[in-house]
Ligand binder design. Structure first.
Ligand code: MRU
Length: 340
């Protein structure tokens, strides 16, 4: 099913699908410098919590390889500048911070810059590989909660474009469809960046999964009409108590699902869990430029002078979550500590 990869390591660079160009053009872009990696993450050429982490890890590897080869660069300085700058790109997905810290700790014992660069590259590849494996394990676990012929609803993009594997929530949907458990997918368009319309619909069409794009505010009507059997979403950061930050609009879906008695599942690898913070109040919520709301793909939709709020994520309280599907099993939100 999945022929393309969202990111490929071609030493010493990463090659990504430029997601800002989808669905109209499938364009690839090489990330050759720290600036390229920063720009790709900030501008959302790559996005989705696990993929942001993998990209940042490869960014550290690219910087380490270059710094090890050049006499005019202090290796330790280059690494700490890269870590600091990459950590400033997007604040919400914990995967970014975990991946960078993993690369840094992998090179701690190295005796030469050359050895450190090799270790950085190996760790980045390991993070990438682990995400692929975790996607498959989450999808296998997700099958256990699927009933027959489900019509499911999802938001944002949680597929192979959001990870280096088959995806999180969309990974469950892929495998559920193959197993004959999922009949139909409703994809919320996901204003303002339209990851649902542009990316999830593109993935679903390629996979041949019957689906319909809906405006974000259609979800309540569909649930009221009894047309939704389950909601599956991803996560950018899950706090120790199970509160979950995900794409803006997820909280609304969770409240609606609770009201209508529809199961609401979060699908996330342990790399998206942050056991160091007690609850969702401590999760930093990214605010993006107002123009993303005021314009749709370059076309102004609000009067000149209008202001806009552009929070990229919201936090769903744990009590609204039916279960968290991880690579290690399906847990209740209050069971996070069991995983660490
Ligand atoms: O702003 P984005 O597109 O990076 O947001 C992505 C999401 O909110 C996803 O649901 C989340 O990262 C989980 S994806 C595997």
């Amino acid at each position: 099913m999945q022929k393309l990869r969202s990111i490929v390591w071609e030493r010493p660079f990463a090659k990504i699908i430029d997601q800002t160009k989808l669905p109209n053009e499938l364009e690839f872009k090489y990330l050759r410098s720290l600036e390229d990696y920063e720009e790709a993450i900030v501008q959302m050429r790559v996005r989705g919590a696990p993929l942001i982490g993998v990209t940042a890890a490869y960014g550290m590897a690219t910087v380490a390889i270059e710094a090890a080869e050049r006499q005019d660069i202090d290796f330790k300085d280059a690494i700490s500048v890269a870590a600091e700058r990459l950590k400033k790109t997007r604040p919400t997905a914990i995967n970014l911070f975990k991946a960078i810290d993993r690369v840094i700790s992998a090179i701690q014992e190295a005796e030469t810059p050359g050895e450190a660069a090799r270790l950085a590259e190996a760790e980045a590849k390991r993070i990438d590989r682990e995400e692929v494996e975790m996607c498959e394990a989450m999808a296998a676990n997700g099958l256990k909660v699927l009933k027959d012929r489900m019509r499911v609803l999802t938001i944002c993009n949680t597929g192979f474009l959001a990870t280096s594997g088959i995806g999180t929530a969309l990974g469950v949907i892929y495998r559920g469809f193959e197993a004959g458990k999922i009949d139909f997918v409703y994809a919320c368009e996901t204003r303002p960046v339209l990851q649902g319309a542009r990316l999830t619909m593109w993935e679903l069409l390629q996979a041949g999964i019957p689906s319909a794009l809906i405006t974000d505010n259609t979800a309540g009507l569909l649930m009221a009409k009894g047309l939704v059997d389950g909601v599956f979403v991803g996560a950018d950061r899950i706090a120790a108590n199970g509160d979950t930050a995900n794409k803006i609009g997820t909280l609304t879906l969770a409240v609606l699902a609770k009201h209508f008695g529809i199961p609401f599942y979060v699908v996330a690898p342990s790399s998206s869990i942050d056991p160091s913070i007690p609850d969702g109040n401590s999760i930093p919520i990214e605010e993006r430029p107002p123009d993303e709301v005021l314009d749709i793909r370059g076309c102004r939709i609000a009067p000149r002078g209008a202001n806009a709020l552009n929070f990229a994520f919201d936090v769903t309280p744990s009590e609204l979550i039916t279960g968290i599907i991880t690579e290690r099993g399906i847990i209740q939100p209050n069971e996070i500590s069991r995983l660490f």
